[in-house]
Design a protein around this ligand. Sequence first.
Ligand code: XIL
Length: 354
Amino acid sequence: MPIDNLVLLMLALGCGLCLTARADASDALRDLAARHHLLIGPAVGKHLWTTDPVYAAVLAREFNILTAENDMKWAAIHPERDRFNWNASDPYVAFAEAHGMRVRGHTLCWHAPFNPAWLEESGFARDALIGVLSNHIATVVGRYRGRVAMWDVVNEAVADEAPHGLRPTIWSRTIGPEYLDLAFRAAHAADPGATLVYNDYGGEAEGGKADAIHALVAGMLERGVPVHAVGFQMHILDIDAESLARNLARFAQLGVAIHITELDVRLPLPADAAALARQADVYRKVLNVCLREPACRVVQTWGFTDAYSWIPKFFPGHGAALPFDAEYQPKPAWAAMLEALATAEVVPRGGVHD
Ligand code: XIL
């Protein structure tokens, strides 16, 4: 059976799980999302499309954007001070271009333990570190100028603990708070057409961390820093939809786009049918809030199949967080996303790149 038909069959079987069958199971998410001028897609790791044909078929058919889960991070793309490793990153861009998909570049500025040792342990003085950061951004963004549509320029800069100041990192300690402005300006210089994103977690619903992210982004905008969108990661268990909607609306009032960048809804294992149904409701709520918010332009999940997800390793005892199960059977969460896209009213939404 051709792979496309196999995928259709799987979707059709999965629709036995749909609460209401208003979405046609043969619709691809990307086609339904296009009606809303919305980009939808997953993080993809380890060049998986080259080793897993069903993975490749679902990825190409269903999605119009992808993120490299790890292969554009410093440790992969810049493993030594004087060496960039494009073998890690280029294949994602090539796959996306071959299938009419956009790419989110992730990420230009993050912290330990995710940075390579050469960066964390070299003891760079302030000016040298500014040079290293500027060179990294100019080189990586410059290589993909016009080809990577958006970049998570700074990732997770805000501390979890109140009063949610800047997280102590090599950047904030050595350069000071100006590192954010500097990173965004360097990215803009390297590709003036790219959408530049501040990306963080835990600021989805209203609260102290959301306030701090809002203040951080508002400050950058006041200083004329080219920040165009805020990424809300959304590694969640549940969400208060009303609070999420109010929070996204106040970010939209700043004039930035809203990107949901890393959605997954983890469940304690083993997950029974009731848990999967509750999970579907969470996916539905997130999609519906985004679809009603004109500034919300992108919805991305952190993977799409439970066969490959960071959750079991990082949240032991949890898993089953994604819309496809490990055998590529669509879960109720998948049907909920399809249905939300098929039934939501189309609101005027600007282009993804403005
Ligand atoms: C995670 C990856 O999924 C893992 O494979 C890796 O070991 C660590 O990073 N927030 C982010 C992502 O911005 O880059 C993280 O990805 C998940 C949390």
